[in-house]
Design a binder for this molecule. Sequence first.
Ligand SMILES: NC(=O)c1ccc[n+]([C@@H]2O[C@H](COP(=O)([O-])OP(=O)(O)OC[C@H]3O[C@@H](n4cnc5c(N)ncnc54)[C@H](O)[C@@H]3O)[C@@H](O)[C@H]2O)c1
Length: 325
Amino acid sequence: MRVGILGAGGIAAEHVATLRQLDDVELVAVCDLDRARAERLAGGAATYTQWAELLTRERPDAILVCTPPLTHRELTVPALEQGIHVHLEKPIARGLEDAQAIVAAAGRSRSVCAVGYQWRGIEVLDDLREAVTGQALGLLVGINAGPAKSRPWFLDRSQGGGNLLERASHHIDLERALGGEVVAVQAAASAVLLAQSQGERGDIDDAAAIFLHLANGGLGTIQVAWTREGLPEKYSLDVLGTNAFLHLELDPEFRLHGRSDGRQIEATSRQDPRERSISRFIQAAREGQPERVFCSPAAAAGTLAVALACEEALSSGGTIPVPTS
Ligand SMILES: NC(=O)c1ccc[n+]([C@@H]2O[C@H](COP(=O)([O-])OP(=O)(O)OC[C@H]3O[C@@H](n4cnc5c(N)ncnc54)[C@H](O)[C@@H]3O)[C@@H](O)[C@H]2O)c1
């Protein structure tokens, strides 16, 4: 499997480390607008500053799109049209129109397309689902708090969607994967700056609380906070069912514990879900089975629709219905 990387920033470096561990996978080329960045990551592979040139000259079997959200459509749709498999970083896009174009291109293509919401690939999710089988989920409580690298596009709400799209959308996606469709949302932001109380500052919120009204009548909440370097971090999800109270620890360890139906539940993931997401994508591409990826473009577009409704709720203060796809 000959693989190319588009965008040689933070997440690309993590994916390159994963690719190097996989059998029969060769990193053939890296593209970044900044050639020096591409070279730092390439380790002997070819480098490009124009993604279209990489596709034409290298004809990779698969690419990993690791660029900021506003570029996702431009890079992904032509690759899918050329029959190249695409692992696209989350969020699927900045806006719904771009997301729909990617979903449509993936639907027309025989290539495999996965979106990088890697928490769908957490091994202990299977244990969690099994533990609550037959129960209704009443409350999901997500915490997503910790430091993150500042990048120019992340600080600009119109480019990156701030902490809502960049970070909280991981929890939105996970809560949808477990709790089902979201029909309406509410949200509020803190006016106090945390990470941005020092150093670079943009127009995004540092902390917010989100409420997801689930189609089954249950409620999902997410507290998201971007904090200063050096402070502790916390990523977790509590799941309360009619006869279950389970705690899922997220990042860097993925552990499940709690009680359900009178049973003590304990499970630990062995493999990092990000690595699992990439290796499952490569496997699905090899086997030509798009449905095997953990997060499909359609699933990621559904998550984006919820995140964009949250963005509207933040600015209006109202309860915003989520359009059905
Ligand atoms: N799944 C995860 O946990 C996770 C974690 C971090 C980032 N991400 C996602 O990955 C994407 C990239 O994030 P990052 O933190 O690596 O950003 P980054 O800013 O560190 O890197 C992005 C790189 O893309 C390059 N680039 C921009 N436009 C380009 C173009 N048209 N052609 C080629 N290169 C281009 C930039 O020069 C930059 O080097 C975002 O969508 C982000 O949300 C996902």
